[in-house]
Ligand binder design. Structure first.
Ligand SMILES: Cc1cc2nc3c(=O)[nH]c(=O)nc-3n(C[C@H](O)[C@H](O)[C@H](O)COP(=O)(O)OP(=O)(O)OC[C@H]3O[C@@H](n4cnc5c(N)ncnc54)[C@H](O)[C@@H]3O)c2cc1C
Length: 400
C-alpha cells in the first residue's frame, strides 16, 4: 500500500505507472543494443515526444504539457530505473538542461524553431559549457562569438568537450564569450552569452569520445571554426549568459540528485532480490548479519537522501533560490550512489563483475556522478561559501 505523500497525488502515481511500463517495455529490452551501439536512436526520442514525456515542464503552446514539477520528479525517478545511465543522461540533458534556457528566456522565434521540435522528439539537443581547458571554472571558457560588421551574425570559434548528445544531436545551446576584447579576456569578468547553434552548420567538427561508462549516451568534442550563427539565435540578452547558467545549474543539480537517489534504490532492489536467491554455507546470503547490517545502513541513507531531495524539490516549486540545498543534494546523493553501488556489487560476489549483471553496468555508470554537472569538490566549495562566508544568491532570470 502506498503511504500518503506530502508531494505526490494519485495522478502522479498513475503517471509513474505509465512511465514505468514504457521503460520496461520500450527501453529496457534494448539495453544491450544501445550500449553496444554507443547511442540511442532518434526513434526513442520521437516516441517519448509522442507520449508527452519530453515536454513535461514546458508550455502547451509549444507542444508541452505544462505539468507541475512533481511529474518531472516522477519521470526522472523512473528514467533512472531503466538501469542504463547513458539513456537517462541523454534524455535528461535534452529536456532539463539543453532546452531549458530557450524555454525561459528565448524568443518566440527560437521557441518555435527549437523548443517545439525538441519537445516533439524530432530534434535532439545538447548543452555545451565545458572546454578542454575549462570545466569547473566556467568563467575561463575561451570559445568566442564575435559579431560580424553587419551585426546580423556571430562568428564562433573554439572547442567544447565532453558534450552529451553532441555527436548525433541536432542543435546545441552553446556557451560563448561575447563582450568587448578587454571584457572577453579580463580576469573576473563574465561576458558570456548563450547561442543556439545547428550542429550541422559549416565549420563544425564533431569527434565521438570513448567513456568507461554511460555507453548508450554519445559524448563529443565539438570544434567550431568560423561558424556563422544568426544573431536571432541569441538566447535572452547578450552577456547575461553566466547568470542564466548559474541559476539553471540549480535545476541541473536537482535533476542529478533525483536520479542518483533512484539509481541507488534500483541497485538496492537488485541486491535485495539476489540476497534472497544466492546461498552460501547452506544459507541465503541475506541471513548473514555482516550483510544485513550494511543493507540496513544503505536503506537508511537512501531514505534520508530521498526525503532531503524531495524537500529541496518542494523549495524549488516555491520559486526559492536554493543554491545551498541543490548543491548539498547533488553532493550527498552522487557520493551516496557511488558507495551504494560499490557495496551492492560486493554482495553479488564474482557475478557482480560480470557484464551479464546490471550491477556491473551501474558500477561503470555511477563513477561519473561525482564529476559531471559540477564535481563534489565544487559542490563543497559552493556550500562552504554559503555556510562559512555567508554568500547569498539572488534570482537572476527576473532581474535586468
Ligand atoms: C560523461 C560526461 C558527460 C558530460 N556532459 C557534459 C555536457 O553535456 N555538457 C557540458 O558542458 N559538460 C559536460 N561534462 C563536463 C563536466 O561537467 C565536467 O567534466 C566537470 O564540470 C568537471 O570539469 P573538468 O572535467 O574540466 O575538471 P576540472 O575543472 O579540470 O577539475 C579537475 C579536478 O579538480 C577539481 N577542482 C577544480 N576546481 C577546484 C576547486 N576550486 N577546488 C577544489 N577542487 C577543484 C575538480 O573537482 C576535479 O576533481 C560531461 C563530463 C563527462 C565526464
Amino acid at each position: 500500500m502506498n503511504r500518503p505523500s506530502l508531494y505526490f497525488r494519485d495522478e502522479h502515481e498513475l503517471f509513474r505507472q505509465s512511465v514505468r511500463q514504457f521503460i520496461d517495455n520500450e527501453v529496457v529490452p534494448h539495453t544491450d543494443a544501445w550500449e553496444t551501439a554507443r547511442r540511442i536512436p532518434l526513434s526513442i526520442f520521437q516516441r517519448m515526444g509522442q507520449l508527452g514525456y519530453l515536454g513535461l515542464p514546458f508550455p502547451e503552446e509549444y507542444g508541452g504539457v505544462n505539468a507541475d514539477f512533481w511529474y518531472s520528479v516522477v519521470f526522472l525517478e523512473e528514467l533512472a530505473r531503466c538501469g542504463m545511465g547513458g539513456f537517462a543522461t541523454a534524455v535528461s540533458v535534452h529536456e532539463y538542461m539543453a532546452i531549458n534556457h530557450i524555454a525561459r528566456v528565448g524568443s518566440t522565434d527560437l521557441k518555435q524553431r527549437y523548443l517545439q521540435p525538441a519537445i516533439a522528439g524530432e530534434k535532439v539537443a545538447a548543452l555545451a559549457i565545458t572546454e578542454p581547458d575549462a570545466g569547473s571554472d566556467v568563467s575561463a571558457i575561451r570559445t568566442t562569438a564575435i559579431r560580424t560588421d553587419a551585426g546580423d551574425a556571430y562568428i564562433v570559434n573554439g572547442t567544447k568537450t565532453f558534450i552529451s548528445n553532441g555527436t548525433y544531436g541536432d542543435f546545441v545551446t552553446l556557451v560563448v564569450k561575447t563582450g568587448s576584447p578587454t571584457e572577453r579576456t579580463g580576469a573576473g569578468t563574465h561576458p558570456i552569452s548563450l547561442l543556439v547553434v545547428d550542429l550541422d552548420s559549416p565549420g563544425i567538427t564533431r569527434t565521438k569520445l570513448n567513456k568507461i561508462g554511460w555507453h548508450s549516451s554519445d559524448t563529443a568534442e565539438i570544434r567550431f571554426d568560423d561558424v556563422r550563427v544568426p544573431v536571432a539565435n541569441l538566447i535572452g540578452q547578450e552577456n547575461r549568459g553566466f547568470y542564466y547558467l548559474m541559476e539553471s545549474l540549480q535545476l541541473e543539480r536537482l535533476v542529478a540528485a533525483v536520479m542518483a537517489v533512484s539509481g541507488a534504490q534500483l541497485a538496492l532492489d537488485w541486491t535485495l532480490q539476489y540476497l534472497n536467491e544466492r546461498e552460501a554455507f547452506g544459507k541465503k546470503i541475506g541471513t548473514f548479519q555482516a550483510i544485513r547490517h550494511q543493507i540496513a545502513n544503505i536503506a537508511t541513507e537512501i531514505e534520508m537522501a530521498r526525503q532531503f531531495v524531495y524537500h529541496t524539490c518542494w523549495l524549488f516549486t516555491q520559486g526559492d533560490v536554493i543554491v545551498k540545498e541543490c548543491s548539498m543534494a547533488k553532493l550527498a546523493t552522487s557520493e551516496l550512489q557511488k558507495r551504494v553501488v560499490d557495496t551492492c556489487l560486493q554482495f553479488f560476489g564474482g557475478y557482480g563483475y560480470m557484464e551479464d549483471y546490471p550491477i556491473a553496468r551501474a558500477y561503470r555508470d555511477v563513477r561519473v556522478g561525482t564529476i559531471a554537472g559540477g564535481s563534489s569538490e565544487i559542490m563543497r566549495e559552493i556550500i562552504a561559501k554559503i555556510v562559512i562566508d555567508a554568500v547569498a544568491y539572488k534570482p537572476v532570470y527576473q532581474s535586468k
